[in-house]
Design a protein around this ligand. Structure first.
Ligand code: ADP
Length: 497
């Protein structure tokens, strides 16, 4: 077997080892004997170097015309397109998601890169009349400075792209700290940006662990923006660390998303949505449909068909085209899922299928868990309240639409929700009343597109949105510009009163 490849950080336009020389292993979650690569285990000194490089590069990058910045992004998007298959295969190997979904992840990065490249020629501001004569008013977007981007493992390329591309098109420079489980996809993205011609220091990649790399990055005094996607626990720490210096902070955290199935729903369609939303990406999406609230008139039938579908899912290595659900990301995540299953049983929820680790044959080499459905859940149970991040769906019966909405909103999160119904009035009522940043009608809770704002209400986030032009509002500051060509002192609110 060829020796494993050793990867590096990217700092100030150079591929470099961590200063301490330490490394960590990136393992395939479907087969822990498969070493995907060796990555630098960085520390605060590497962060210092990367932030310094980004701070210096900012001086010139902010002055590059945005359409020119866009040209680099267009080139990067085309390179990603050319390499899509290889990038997807590498992603499945490091993260486990089935190849079809890994292709979707790369495609999302492509879409975001093209989209933000186009924003280079837009970034429209406003012109507006002044209240005074011979005076002109407009708004322009200004870049902010060094952006610290901290990303999770479940979308190893899409999320780094969601954060890098709007940051760059607005004229900021970037230090990206990818999740320790999936540094290869971030490495590949940064390599593409380098090949596309990004100037030195504008994009920096520092691999490593949260406490040693993420924590000093968000605390660095020269970092002006922090965008974080991950757990609520770390998000709270990031928010607190940024508060004292008033860094701009965008937080994307958990979800406990719900599908509502009314008695008039197309049940086959609703089951398809529940299977895709609950078990797609092995349930490891922040938009995963981990709760399904079903009208009591159709509850029994729905539960039976859902369980049949869940039991029929082929679980295995995501690189095998026959596989429909891959492994969990690592053993710690598997232990968390298993713990929640035990909690569900102890709470009195009815285990309808799954509920155990898969063993035997190839399963023994990876972190595989059976698709799991709990029935007759009380909405107050912990399995119906807390994010599990695994292939576990809780079914909750309801009496009517009002009851379903009340249950749907009874969690601390507010990322995504969905309703299956043929009744347009019910669909619009749910659209209005669900406290989530994303809402679907007759479609599952997952499937966000890059040109619409992405983010959640309540404790999912802190009020910002990623993607779409909404992202530009985070990665730039509005500057209001007044040009007085009257040739005399004109006092607003006084001379025109
Ligand atoms: P998950 O449970 O999805 O792994 P985490 O919140 O633990 O979510 O991790 C998300 C990202 O945040 C990862 O890149 C991780 O390394 C990083 N991270 C973890 N702890 C910290 C921290 N204290 N400060 C900053 N970043 C951190």
């Amino acid at each position: 077997m060829a020796p494993p490849r050793i990867y590096k950080n990217f700092i100030d336009g150079e591929w470099v080892d961590s200063l301490c020389g330490q490394t960590f292993e990136n393992l395939n979650p479907a087969n822990r004997d498969d070493l995907v690569g060796i990555f630098p285990k960085s520390g605060p000194d590497d962060i210092d170097r990367a932030v310094n490089a980004a701070r210096e590069a900012y001086k010139s990058w902010r002055l590059v015309p945005a359409p020119k910045r866009g040209e680099i992004l267009f080139r990067a998007a085309r390179l990603l397109q050319e390499r899509k298959e290889t990038l997807a295969q590498q992603m499945t190997r490091e993260m486990g998601k089935v190849l079809e979904e890994a292709r979707g992840d790369v495609q999302e990065a492509i879409d975001m890169t093209f989209y933000m490249a186009g924003e280079g020629r837009r970034q429209f501001g406003q012109t507006t009349p002044s209240e005074l004569p011979n005076k002109f008013c407009m708004t322009v977007r200004s870049p902010i400075g060094v952006a610290a981007l901290i990303t999770p493992w479940n979308f190893p390329m899409a999320i780094p792209a969601w954060k890098c591309m709007p940051a760059l098109i607005c004229g900021n420079t970037v230090v990206l700290k990818p999740a320790e489980d999936t540094p290869l996809s971030a490495y590949n993205l940064v390599q593409v940006l380098e090949e596309a011609g990004i100037p030195r220091g504008v994009v920096n990649l520092v691999c490593g662990f949260g406490p040693e790399v993420g924590a000093p990055l968000v605390r660095h005094p020269d970092v002006r923006l922090v965008s974080f996607t991950g757990s609520g626990e770390v998000g709270r720490d990031v928010a607190a660390a940024c508060a004292s210096s008033f860094k701009h902070t965008c937080l994307e955290m958990g979800g406990k998303n719900v599908i509502i199935v009314m008695d008039d729903a197309n049940l086959d369609l609703a089951v398809d949505g529940a299977v895709w939303g609950g078990f797609g990406t092995t349930g490891q999406r922040c938009t995963a449909a981990s709760r399904v609230v079903v009208h009591k008139k159709v509850y029994k039938e729905f539960a039976e068909v859902l369980v049949a579908h869940a039991e029929a899912l082929r679980v295995g290595d995501g690189l095998d085209p026959a596989t429909q659900m891959g492994p969990l990301i690592n053993e710690a995540q598997l232990a968390t899922v298993d713990r929640y299953v035990q909690i569900g049983k102890d709470e009195g929820a009815k285990l309808l299928c799954g509920g155990k680790r898969l063993t035997g044959g190839l399963y023994d080499r990876g972190s595989f868990y059976a698709p799991t459905v709990f029935g007759d859940c009380d909405p107050r149970m912990r399995i119906a309240q807390e994010e599990i991040f695994g292939p576990v769906v809780s079914l909750i019966p309801c009496d009517d639409l009002d009851h379903a909405i009340e249950i749907g909103n009874s969690v601390i999160y507010g990322l995504s929700s969905a309703i299956y119904t043929q009744d347009v009035s019910k669909a619009f009522r749910a659209m209005r009343d669900m406290e989530t940043g994303i809402f679907y009608v007759n479609a599952s809770t997952i499937g966000a597109e890059t040109h619409l704002p992405f983010g959640g209400m309540k404790q999912t986030g802190n009020g910002h949105r990623e993607a779409a032009t909404a992202a530009l509002d985070f990665y730039s500051e509005w500057k209001s510009v007044y040009v007085d060509f009257s040739g005399k002192l004109q006092r607003a609110q006084i001379d025109n009163a």
